[in-house]
Design a protein around this ligand. Structure first.
Ligand code: PLP
Length: 384
């Protein structure tokens, strides 16, 4: 490698631990936490995040794709892993062989997977998804679905390790409707199976809204809260004292002093109004930095906020550092993160980019190296 990495992602283990505690305070002690690490763990880094979550008591994991689930198994993670999207028939054998838990919402997929189980000579754990209002995957709450699940119950190489639905909103009316439909379907499915698989419904916004006190199901399925992110459709999560886990840093690659009236960047959208010290930082939209930071975005350098001036380029940003004394090439630049009391969080990027926090974080390029500030005791016991 020639010189320092252009960008780095750091994860704060203490923040992850505290966010898990926050989730624990919202549930009962016997509740199982299935941590959602889809989409490269919301941009945080799949394997590293999964290790930190399981180290601090998250008992199960959920991902979107078979590829992500296999990457976790390849990295040695042994916990139960649920794959939330329907499995394509080409991956059934691999799912079964690696003990992964696909979500089923059709009888055809159940039969495919059952065949894989028969070939391997062992039962395959699955979750059944019920569609109670999101309109994506899952069995609709109908008599015909019950008939299909009744048939599924006769496939002796499938074992149902969970039945779940996903809420479209934490709004009391709509989630009461969804919960009612779920309970109806669950009762019928459990009767057909002859056993009562664990139920899971609540993701971050439902948990933040305190719905576990009403539902008291066996498992919960948070993503956002674990990362210290306020869920997008939540009106209650801001009260939870969540701690952001991710920071994104770079450094000053080049400094230049320009006179008043100098255009900066493509299209000369910005022109200096006084003699200006411009820092060039190797971070651009190809790395996941939103182009909308141009004009109102900022970074932290030596504990000072500094404005993004000119356009955000594909691989570079330009920053006005005139007000920061003794700034030098190589100085650390915090794009997301904190320096003392001052902080820039994913929510600030989301507001400028007119989107949600998980959208900006999942755009952080997966090629950027992820490191972790470990807790001293954890480092000794369980190397990441
Ligand atoms: C993404 C996802 C979650 C986690 O959602 P958060 O709002 O991040 O907690 C839970 N369940 C399913 C099915 C999901 O797709």
């Amino acid at each position: 490698m020639d010189g320092p990495a252009r960008l780095r992602v750091h994860l704060d283990e203490a923040a992850i631990r505290d966010n898990i505690q926050t989730v624990r305070r919202l549930i009962t002690p016997a509740t199982t936490v299935m941590g959602v690490v889809k989409a490269n763990a919301y941009g945080h880094g799949l394997v590293l995040t999964a290790r930190l979550l399981t180290r601090h008591g998250v008992q199960q994991l959920a991902v979107a794709t078979t590829g992500e689930a296999c990457a976790l198994r390849d990295a040695g993670l042994q916990v139960p892993i649920t794959v939330l999207s329907p499995p394509p028939s080409a991956v059934m054998v691999e799912l079964a062989a690696r003990g992964l838990r696909p979500s089923l919402s059709t009888l055809a997929a159940a039969r495919d997977l059952h065949r894989a189980g028969v070939r391997l000579g062992r039962p395959v754990p699955v979750h059944l998804e019920i569609d109670t209002g999101l309109g994506r995957f899952g069995w609709a709450p109908t008599a015909s679905s019950i008939a299909q699940i009744t048939h599924l119950a006769t496939l002796d190489h499938l074992v149902v390790s969970g039945i779940y639905t996903h809420l479209s909103s934490e709004h009391p009316d709509s989630c009461a409707d969804q919960l009612r439909l779920f309970t109806w379907m669950y009762t019928k499915a459990a009767a057909a199976l002859g056993y009562r698989p664990p139920r899971h419904v609540l993701a971050s916004s439902g948990l933040a809204a305190g719905l576990h006190r009403r539902t008291r199901l066996e498992m919960v399925r948070p993503g956002a809260l674990l990362y210290g992110l306020t869920p997008s459709y939540s009106r209650t999560a801001s009260m939870l004292c969540l701690r952001p886990v991710l920071s994104l840093t770079s450094h000053i690659e080049h400094l230049t002093c320009v006179p008043s009236g100098t255009p900066i960047g493509y299209g000369a959208t910005y022109r200096t109004t006084a003699p200006t010290v411009v820092a060039v930082v190797p971070a651009g939209f190809a790395d996941g930095v939103p182009r909308q930071l141009a004009g109102s975005g900022r970074v932290l350098i030596c504990g000072h906020y500094a404005s993004v001036i000119g356009c955000v380029g594909m691989t570079h940003l330009t920053i006005d550092v005139t007000h920061i004394p003794q700034v030098v090439v190589g100085e650390a630049v915090i794009l997301i993160g904190a320096h003392g009391e001052r902080a820039i969080d994913a929510q600030e990027w989301a507001r400028l980019a007119k989107t949600i926090n998980s959208d900006v974080l999942t755009r952080i390029a997966p090629t950027i190296s992820r490191t972790v500030t470990t807790l001293p005791h954890a480092e000794r016991e369980l190397p990441v």
